[in-house]
Write a protein that binds this ligand. Structure first.
Ligand SMILES: [Fe+2]
Length: 175
């Protein structure tokens, strides 16, 4: 991706600087998820949920690469900044794994809850960042963030579908 014409004046604008800091934050969050998702997949009981996490791991790798394109487009070095919110959400997922029995549907319901909190956090973050990119006229960045935002929405819907598949009697018997 080519660097857009980012003037020195633009780089010094407080909104631009705030934006770059928040991109570093979500970049850390996506990288942290790369480590958390395999553990969530391994902890899942149903094959559907395991597959949903495995698929999202590949998509998360793409989100990391897309953010690297965002840094490039903004003429910034890809740097991370610890995202306390996502760190807390992953910790919550780990606690749910510790507090539920292996091989149970309750474990899966807990994992879906934790994962949907993560998706909603990402949807909120990418939604605002996409809009800020539009405000500042960073068209390429806006498009990159929109593509990721759409995929986070799809992931959230996919998790609801997995949860709804538990409505059948066979699954209910396992609760
Ligand atoms: Fe993501």
């Amino acid at each position: 991706m080519k660097t857009q014409n980012i003037s020195q004046e633009m780089k010094e604008s407080p909104l631009h600087q705030f934006f770059v800091e928040e991109i570093k934050d979500i970049y850390w969050a996506e990288k942290h998820l790369l480590k958390a998702l395999p553990k969530m997949a391994e902890a899942a009981t149903s094959t559907e949920l395991r597959k949903a996490f495995e698929d999202h791991l590949d998509i998360t790798q793409m989100h990391v690469e897309r953010l690297e394109k965002v840094f490039e487009s903004l003429d910034e070095k890809p740097e991370t900044k610890t995202c306390e919110a996502l760190k807390g959400l992953v910790k919550e997922a780990e606690e749910i794994i510790d507090d539920t029995e292996d091989g149970t549907m309750v474990r899966d319901c807990g994992l879906i809850l934790a994962a949907q909190k993560v998706e909603h956090y990402e949807i909120a973050t990418y939604g605002t960042l996409r809009t800020l990119a539009a405000i500042m006229g960073h068209k390429d960045v806006q498009e990159l963030l929109q593509a990721t935002l759409d995929e986070e929405h799809d992931a959230d819907k996919g998790l609801t579908e997995v949860a709804m598949s538990f409505v059948n009697e066979e699954a209910k018997a396992e609760f």
